[in-house]
Design a binder for this molecule. Structure first.
Ligand code: ADP
Ligand code: MG
Length: 677
């Protein structure tokens, strides 16, 4: 039997296809660029483009697209056909190296947050050879050669999420290599790579029901809806057996993802009825981000084939669980090993503990920035509610690692030296049971045996944002540690002692970020406030972090975002947030005015002649009055905070009406219908 999944990667112009279709030297040059991040040799581009085109046309493609990730949070594409005039009234097929390397999609309508005015609006796309091109089929079955690219302005200013992601990976690699050298690891040009495995939660709702919900169609979530009597209380959905219709969907989903080279691995029912999760095997960060974007797209298309709408919103239904995207992050060193895996010997363990301590410094110093990186209108419904990590960012290490951290802080671990290797408390480490550290699901940032899991990312978000921050702040912490240790060693201090000193100092300063308890409790919020940890509850508060000097400094120091680029993100996200809340408010008004009020009026008319239901009729009347007042209040509300408060108020009376108005008059599919319970 062939030891692979049938069809895996069949739509990907990956290394095996490149090797088969490119000349030896061209393949080697391209492979080197992919593996080491070195500059692309432009002279090979024509050959690569031609091979890509022929391969894509064999798969039925007539067009190619530079595929990019603008600040909107989704992906963008503009198709060009593989044709060129032959100047004899016909065309020849053609795809040049120049077209592969650079595109000029104009794309002036994408948000740039002031980075460019419309008159100088041209945006340029540039090929990212480190993420493979692939064939994408649209809903009608037409194939397009899809080439992952960055999206920049005329002077190279980043207009997308991919450019800063790649920059952040580069700086993390540089600092990781530097750290490795302190530990005697030197692998020449080979890069260190951040890795990501993004667990993706989603809902599947009957397409026909969704078609009758203008709120879901317009905003991705229900703006009204009385909770179903039975929802997730019995935990009978979580990990339950998968119903046939969903199983058929999942089978097609996996098959499609595998063809596209996405290593989808895990699938299961989630906590809420109609909620599910898919997780891939982890990959190099930028490829994994691309694959998550592809996954979100294929989820939606495949769902429609099965009569479902796939909802990726963070909180499609009130009062039941929302959806997140657990961001499993680690670093593969230049030696090809996972550096967040506790090692087998004291020396490796010292490196491991150094990285854990660096993470403490990074996350404590920039907890606010991590929070800002996951800020969105949808995610506000999750963070801070008792189902998802709180808006307070803290780190869970588990008892054993925390104990070792305390030993290092106490300096005691320094005393046990063995053959030149430091222990740093590592005599305890071999006892660390792998995979046993994941007991705490309430922590936003948890060590889970061989990686950190950042759980505050929203289901609908491009994971690039959170990882740009993570890479940058960890690079800064590595830089700090390396600079100190290098200086001490140059000044004559022994390496082990120098490292111990720096780690102890960092732990003293940043140990407040460690919290192993229940993150859902009010006690923790009080305790976190005492420790001075930021608690940025709303997107509006969180986004302000992007305007701080501290944020500007760390991004510009490491060349990840210039001050102007950061400012443009701040502007874009603030405006985007206001727009989303504005759309929600206006959709809520439409539904209340044109669907809810008439239903209540009809109910009153029908009931008013029947004395036996006078009580119910009176209740409906008074709720109708409240609804009408709520409409007026929402119309008058200005700005996101006021609009949200007014929407909540209006929703309360509408949901109460839903409990009284005859079911056949109620104009919207109910929660129990949609959640299938
Ligand atoms: P759980 O629900 O217990 O967190 P899952 O299997 O659903 O487990 O998801 C774990 C995710 O973490 C997977 O995507 C997996 O590939 C990923 N992962 C494992 N090791 C690493 C690593 N070294 N770097 C990044 N992600 C990793
Ligand atoms: Mg997980």
């Amino acid at each position: 039997m062939k030891n692979t999944i049938e069809g895996f990667g069949e739509l990907v112009f990956g290394l095996p296809v490149m090797e088969a279709r490119l000349s030896g030297p061209t393949f080697e040059a391209l492979k080197k660029t992919i593996e080491t991040g070195s500059m692309l040799d432009a002279s090979i581009a024509d050959e690569v483009a031609e091979a890509m085109m022929i391969w894509a046309m064999e798969k039925g493609a007539t067009h190619y697209t530079h595929w990019f990730q603008p600040l909107t949070g989704s992906t963008a594409e503009k198709h060009d056909a593989f044709i060129f005039p032959d100047f004899k009234d016909g065309v020849v097929t053609n795809f040049s190296g120049d077209e592969l390397i650079q595109g000029e999609p104009d794309a002036s309508s994408f948000p740039s947050g002031g980075l460019r005015a419309t008159f100088e609006a041209r945006g340029y796309t540039g090929w990212d050879p480190t993420s493979p091109a692939f064939i994408k089929y649209d809903a009608a079955g037409a194939a397009t050669l899809t080439i992952p690219t960055v999206f920049c302005g005329y002077n190279g200013e980043a207009l997308d999420k991919k450019t800063p992601l790649l920059r952040s990976m580069k700086v993390l690699s540089e600092q990781t290599i530097r750290l490795g050298k302190l530990f005697g690891i030197d692998c020449g040009e080979t890069m260190a790579k951040a890795t990501l495995g993004a667990e993706q939660e989603y809902f599947l709702i009957d397409l026909e029901l969704v078609a009758e919900r203008p709120d879901i169609l317009q905003t991705g979530r229900t703006l009204f809806g009385k909770g179903a009597s039975k929802h997730q209380q019995l935990d009978d959905h979580y990990f339950g057996s998968i119903k046939p219709r969903v199983a058929a969907f999942m089978a097609e989903l996996d098959a499609e993802l595998w063809k596209s080279g996405v290593p989808a691995k895990t699938r299961h029912n989630e906590v809420c009825p109609a909620q599910f999760e898919i997780a891939p095997v982890f990959e190099t960060l930028n490829v994994s981000v691309d694959h998550n974007m592809i996954t979100m797209e294929i989820l939606k298309v495949t769902a429609e084939n099965h009569g479902f709408a796939c909802l990726l919103h963070e909180k499609p239904f009130a009062a039941v669980n929302g959806s997140g995207k657990h961001n499993n992050w680690s670093i593969t060193g230049p030696d090809g090993k996972n550096w967040l895996k506790p090692g087998d010997n004291p020396h490796e363990n010292a490196k491991f503990m150094t990285i854990v301590v660096a993470l403490m410094k990074a996350v404590d110093t920039h907890a606010d920035l991590l929070r800002a990186s996951v800020a969105s209108a949808g995610n506000d419904h999750r963070l801070g509610a008792n189902e998802a990590p709180p808006a307070v960012v803290s780190i869970f290490l588990g008892d054993q690692l925390t104990d070792i951290i305390e030993q290092i802080e106490g300096g005691g671990a320094n005393s046990s030296q063995d053959g030149g290797d430091i222990h740093l408390g590592v005599d305890l480490l071999p006892k660390l049971p792998r995979g046993n550290t994941d007991r705490n699901r309430t922590s936003p940032f948890a060590f889970v045996g061989n990686r950190f899991e950042f759980r505050a990312v929203g289901s609908n978000q491009n994971p690039a944002g959170a990882n740009i921050v993570l890479n940058t702040i960890v690079a800064e912490a590595f830089d700090y540690i390396c600079t100190k240790v290098e200086a001490s060693v140059a000044g004559g201090q022994e390496f082990n002692a120098a490292l111990q000193d720096v780690l102890a100092e960092i732990i003293k300063e940043h140990k407040r970020i460690l919290f192993n308890g229940d993150g859902y409790t009010d006690d923790w919020l009080e305790e976190a406030a005492k420790r001075g940890l930021p608690n940025l509850v709303t997107t509006e508060e969180a986004l302000e972090v992007l305007a701080t000097q501290k944020a500007k400094d760390v991004f510009s120091k490491y060349g990840v975002l210039t001050n102007e680029e950061l400012e443009s993100r701040y502007n874009t996200y603030v405006e985007g947030y206001e727009t989303i809340i504005g759309i929600e408010a206006s959709t809520a008004l439409d539904i209340a005015r044109t669907m809810i009020v008439p239903a209540a009026v009809t109910a009153i008319t029908e009931y008013s002649a029947v004395p036996a239901v006078a009580g119910i009729c009176g209740e409906i009347s008074s709720l109708l009055e409240k609804t009408v007042a709520g409409i007026a209040a929402l119309e008058a509300a200005e700005g996101p905070a006021a609009e949200i408060a007014a929407m909540n108020e209006l929703r309360a009376s509408v949901d109460a009406l839903e409990a009284l108005v005859p079911a056949d008059l109620w104009p919207l599919p109910t929660y129990s219908e949609m959640l299938g319970v």
